[in-house]
Design a protein. Structure first.
Lengths: 325, 325
């Protein structure tokens, strides 16, 4: 089977609005440190008006992974919904400039392009307040044989289940993938998102997904396990490939009873942990679609994540894996 | 005389679109390295479509200085024209979040908010392709006793002379300033800008300005001198205060025959020279409005410039001068 592109991402298309804040700011707006909270347009206006000067750049978890994947040299496509406004132009430009094939036109009416207020505390942790805007209008009808095509893999994010048509369109995309010999990957997004959609995710993991990308908290939330060893034991019962990131404890790849533990690379200072998991997924999937060993995939993922936490912003720079060539 | 604020900036309100490029990119679009070229909407679209992924943040030369000045703890106001679009919202938010009093409402029709495509080459140099958009609609009628008020100083930039009403509104602002006991500062923007408007600048410097901020190339362009020593000699004939930056050679303050030479602070790596002069101006003017010695003003300016060239982006962070307190 010839695949049109290597990776197709389906996710919430978001522009990040990044600012440094102190922890008192999080208290003031009632945001748990490290969380991602969905907010409405009114709340978005309120938080933005309280924030200091910000930097804008394209974001979105799986969108970051797709951009990173393209930057590594992979061929990629993307399905997500932006509005035909200035932030939507920015989002699509940044994708297209990397060669990513944007499969949907911008919406000509409805809510503005989504933005996520990313509040970076001095410890480098990110707390996100996300206004989904146009993302909520991504619809079942947007997922078709023609928009999905036959990539080598599709990658969905858990946040897609937060939008009205999300569960249905994820299932539809997985069905199209199955009929095309396309692998289905799912990034679990965050542990609160897993709590919101645990049953749906467990169903999707068991029946639709081939690859699951998650961090330790997310996998524990999914499996209702309380520590990582218990999660690992539970995963022995799955056929799917799991890649689980554990911050400074490295990552674990679990597949059909096989376990690969990959150490983290120590860094002097974490500037901004935004996008560490997304970058890991980019490197890991780049290895996977290029038929590298799981150990090499973990090495690529770790390298990308290590680089991204030492810069401001979630997207990795071009040619990052050149030193592995 | 009680001044309502310490500093009022009048300038082109611009959102920066920053991207790393190689020098071949500059050749391809025919941009001289280090230059600022004015482009129209069509050219802006073309350059943007050729650029890689970018980061957006509020910019504009004197706007950067005003933001930096506010970040240092100064009270500031701003006159510039944005459109009521998403980039205009970003520009005004970033100013207002620093406490800067925005004196004009966004335009409700006409061209979109200005953007400057800032192309950063591996040597850290910036090359700017600027679409002025809404800036061109800043009008003589926007400069009134009420919008100018009676700040301790106003700061104009040379780029204002690039817009239709620019020369007239600069003169009008200077007239209002004079009647209020407000000092008039002028930043010369860039040497190409000085070439475009040399006669007007020489007139303004001699008849309206009290403080002139410039780099070595700009002062040579203004005075038609071919080296810095010749420029220094020529400046002995002026009563105005000149603060002249010279990159790694430091800065020179010239005032009524007095000369203060201030050394640069060596840095390991220049990440992005964007905004070095703007940051110097912020520190220098912060010292000046607070009645510090010219030597202390130079020290503040140097410190701000040194910090800004070691980060991506033109605006300095909050509390930068705290270590001088």
């Amino acid at each position: 089977m010839t695949h049109s592109v290597q990776l197709l991402g389906i996710s919430n298309a978001i522009v990040d609005v990044l600012a440094h804040v102190d922890t008192a700011f999080l208290d003031r707006i009632g945001a748990p440190p490290g969380s991602m909270t969905l907010i409405d347009e009114e709340q978005a206006r309120s938080i933005y008006s309280q924030m200091g000067p910000a930097t804008e750049m394209s974001g979105g978890s799986v969108a970051n992974t797709v951009a990173g994947f393209a930057n590594l040299g992979g061929s990629a496509a993307y399905i997500g919904k932006v509005r035909n406004d200035q932030l939507g132009d920015i989002f699509n430009h940044d994708m297209q400039s990397l060669g990513v094939d944007i499969r949907l036109p911008p919406a000509t009416d409805g809510a503005p392009t989504a933005r996520s207020h990313i509040l970076i505390t001095p410890d480098g942790q990110r707390t996100m307040q996300t206004y989904l805007g146009a993302c909520t209008e991504l619809a079942l009808a947007d997922i078709t044989d023609s928009t999905v095509g036959n990539p080598k893999a599709i990658l969905l994010e858990g946040y897609v289940w937060d939008i009205a048509d999300g569960p249905a369109l994820a299932k539809k995309a997985a069905g199209i993938a199955r009929s095309n010999g396309t692998a289905v990957a799912l990034s679990l997004s965050d542990s609160f998102c897993v709590e919101r959609h645990r049953d749906a995710f467990n169903d999707f993991v068991s029946n639709d997904a081939d690859i699951i990308l998650a961090d330790e908290d997310e996998i524990n939330a999914l499996l209702r396990t309380s520590d990582f060893d218990a999660a690992l034991d539970a995963l022995d019962n799955y056929d799917q490939l799991f890649a689980i990131t554990r911050s400074e404890k490295g990552s674990a790849i679990v597949h059909g009873g096989e376990r690969i533990m990959h150490a983290a690379t120590p860094v002097e200072k974490i500037l901004d942990s935004t996008g560490a998991g997304d970058a890991y997924a980019a490197g890991f999937l780049y290895g996977w679609v290029n038929d590298r060993s799981l150990s090499a995939c973990a090495q690529y993922g770790t390298y990308c994540a290590t680089m991204v936490i030492q810069q401001l912003g979630a997207r990795i720079e071009k040619g990052l894996l050149d030193s592995f060539a």
